[in-house]
Design a protein around this ligand. Sequence first.
Ligand SMILES: [Ca+2]
Length: 295
Amino acid sequence: MKKIILITLIITSSLQGNYLEHPKSKALIDELVIEHGFEKSFVEDVLSSAMKQQKIIDSISKPAEFTWTWDRYKNLFIEEKRIANGKLFIKQNLKTLERAEREFGVPKEVITSILGVETRYGKIQGNYRVIDSLLTLGFDYPRRAKFFRKELVDFFLLTRENQLNINQIKGSYAGAMGYGQFISSSYRAYAIDYDGDGYADLFNSVDDAIGSVANYLYIHGWKKEGEIIYDAYPNNVRKVFKPNKALSKFIPLSFNEDGKEIYFIGDDNFVAITKYNISHFYAMAIYYLSEELTK
Ligand SMILES: [Ca+2]
């Protein structure tokens, strides 16, 4: 009986994973120590306390953008509570939003919609330890391993640069963090200090979050006087897209909404939103919500 219990314990612990013993850990440790100057014992401690989580792999394998219908996606994000809280968010942060609009050209309703869709305006920033997410996906999810392995190194660098506790930072199952759910490389590249304390804090500073989202969209091609989408008719969509390559930056879109097919043309600013999250449903939801917030 004792023996059986012991075996069970061993199996359980190896399933949860102690990432220090993972075959891919040695190369990571070497890279962090040799190329980036981390203490070996520090990296080893972090890896030995990190856990593989099957839930993370299950979640990333079936994202809403690919498995849901547009109606279901739209109903989740464009609903009364999110609209009302968005209007309240604008009221409470009007000065900062107007400054971001002036400096980056991104309307306050669009910035607000991104924060609303990502985290309900900062309320739900994710409950996974980011170190667990990035090790699980970087080491044990072959389809996206290369991407997440790179984010993992960026996460070590980010937490060192910003003096964050690498073992405590939480985020989404995919390692996205803070109000605007920035992944580590985006945090390092596009997060800005917007409240003047000299430090970009996307977890606690709503001003920094607002400035950083606007900066991200601006750098990814947002045009001040540009459009997100145009309405289109099916014939028009074909006419515009097939013969005229000069217009190929536009994206033809059709969505089945409330039982009928609707047609749109995505412009520069639609493309900029997809750089935030590469999904047509996502960009469309941001557009719809931002329209509701202008009312
Ligand atoms: Ca700041």
